[in-house]
Design a protein around this ligand. Structure first.
Ligand code: GLA
Length: 428
């Protein structure tokens, strides 16, 4: 049962209601269907008017809230706190949601860009530490960010020269990463305010974010209705569950852009990475895939056996030069939509382990090569070259222009789905 605790901005926060609910059927992590039973519709109070009806509704609301509270205590998790996080330049209020599981692991997520602002998980001694890069306040995110912790859309990674053709129409996007389009454009999903909704889920504290990207936004066709549900599971995994629908043929490639540092300080070169991928997509000098699926065998891109990020990163290699390090898409031998492990990362100092799972066919492993000491982050940490790495499950970069890559086309009547799980544990 998943209940949605809907907050109507025009009502005091005690006016929570359960309303429409979504049925999410991504095996294997959420096998339950959703319970659609609504107890009370908050907005109906306003429209009915009349003191008596209002009083009756208030009473109903009161009992519903008690019932809901009892149900939540026994079966569902509502351990989500909400606090103000500032305002956008346009004056829109933005919030910070704190999701905490029973062991004390904690994710703080903003509805601005769906940004994971902090993520605290234990090390091998049980000490909690923040394992993602980012800022202490909203203003810094508004000023400049290399997509720290953000939701990425409509198109994760690059589209060559900001052009693609679909159904015979040519679409033009902003070339915000010259000469290419990157991560959804000038104002991608990382820079929009999402509609937040705290969910009561049996799986853990949960936050649903919704956004309607209008037809033509950033040059993409179709009204795209997107929902992302973040859930902090009891086994210290952050689950990110995406769905999207469109009213016109379009292209979609959504991902998550957290920068991890499992030590919580310094560079990431001693982190040991394993990726069970046979191939990767080599790029040109502008980081657009050449179209080749190159076997990793015998290359510096073979992470099928656990290897420290720093072990080979500075070797003389054309692909590493183009990326200034690792900034490539690894290709997995699987069916698109199959939920599999894409990576395991181990940090020997703290014993922390990150495992990445997804239904996506590719993984962009980016070793933080554009961090250059110009950004001061949380707690005054100046982010230097390779102080964080990203693991972005995705369809391959530039797929709209590469017919041999798995399709990223979404049509009316279809539902885009993508499930990402970042699971934390320790190795003794
Ligand atoms: C992605 C890209 C990188 C870089 C970062 C953001 O991971 O692959 O090339 O643009 O985002 O700085």
């Amino acid at each position: 049962m998943i209940k949605e605790l809907k907050q109507n901005p025009s009502l005091p926060s005690c006016f929570l209601s359960t309303g429409e609910s979504s049925s999410i059927r991504h095996a294997p992590v959420n096998k339950q269907g959703a319970d659609l039973s609504g107890l009370w519709q908050g907005s109906s109070v306003i429209s009915m008017g009349g003191l008596l009806k209002c009083a009756v509704n208030l009473l109903l609301c009161f009992f519903a809230a008690i019932l809901l509270g009892c149900a939540s205590a026994s079966r569902t998790h509502t351990n989500v706190a909400q606090q103000p996080f500032g305002k956008t330049k346009e004056g829109v209020d933005v919030f910070l949601f704190t999701l905490r599981n029973a062991h004390g692991a904690e994710a703080r997520i903003s509805n601005y860009g769906g940004i994971v602002v902090s993520l605290k998980v234990p090390d091998r001694n049980g000490k909690l530490g923040d394992v993602v890069l980012g800022y202490d306040n909203l203003d810094d995110y508004l000023k400049e960010t290399p997509y720290f912790g953000a939701l990425i859309g409509r198109y994760g990674n690059r589209i060559a020269r900001g052009h693609f053709t679909l159904d015979g129409h040519e679409y033009t996007l902003a070339t915000n990463n010259y000469p290419n389009a990157l991560h959804g454009g000038l104002k991608g999903f990382d820079k929009v305010v999402w509609q937040p909704l705290i969910l009561a889920s049996p799986d853990g504290p949960s936050l649903k974010l919704s956004y309607l990207s209008k037809d033509g936004e950033e040059g993409y066709p179709g009204n795209l209705s997107v929902t992302v549900i973040y859930t902090l599971l009891e086994d210290d995994a952050l689950r990110v569950d995406y769905t999207a629908t469109t009213d016109k043929d379009t292209v979609v490639n959504l991902t998550q852009h957290s920068y991890f540092n499992l030590a919580g300080k310094g560079d990431i070169l001693n982190h040991v990475v394993m990726m069970p991928a046979d191939k990767f997509t080599p790029v040109d000098s502008t980081l657009i895939p050449t179209g080749e699926l190159r076997p990793v065998e015998g290359t510096l891109f073979d992470f099928r056996k656990p290897t420290a990020i720093g072990a080979r990163i500075n070797q003389d290699d054309e692909q590493l030069k183009f990326g200034k390090g690792y900034d490539h898409n690894w290709v997995f031998n699987k069916q698109v939509g199959e939920f599999t492990q894409l990576a395991r990362v181990y940090e020997p100092g703290t014993g922390r382990v990150l495992e990445v799972f997804s239904t996506e066919p590719g993984l962009q492993f980016y070793s933080g090569n554009f961090l250059d000491g110009s950004l001061k982050g949380k707690g005054g940490w100046v982010y230097q070259f390779r102080n964080g790495f990203c693991m972005e499950p995705q369809h391959f970069p530039d797929s709209p222009n590469q017919p041999s890559f798995p399709s990223v086309v979404l049509k009316p009547g279809q539902t885009y789905k993508n499930l990402i799980v970042y699971k934390f544990s320790v190795q003794k």
